[in-house]
Design a protein. Structure first.
Length: 82
């Protein structure tokens, strides 16, 4: 079984808490709306330091970004590791 995911969406927020915890929130649009009327989902993506440094140097909130990674579970939450 392969754990591989590709997300394309807009950067919603950029967080750097420690050197090992570099997260961005990616807002990905849906092709449909759900019962509550939402048309997008937000995903937390944890990035390696070198990739995160390039993103904070070249991207800003609202930019379109494609991320390829894997889904990992940390303390009862799922995170995309890229």
């Amino acid at each position: 079984m392969v754990n591989d995911v590709v997300l394309v969406g807009k950067i919603k927020s950029i967080k750097q808490e420690t050197n090992k915890k570099n997260d961005i929130i990616l807002e990905v649009e849906r092709p449909f709306s759900d019962i509550e009327g939402r048309v997008s989902d937000s995903f937390s993506c944890r990035l390696w330091s070198a990739i995160f440094n390039k993103i904070i140097n070249y991207c800003k909130i609202g930019d379109l970004l494609a991320i390829r990674g894997r889904i990992v579970r940390y303390n009862l939450e799922y995170v995309i590791m890229a």
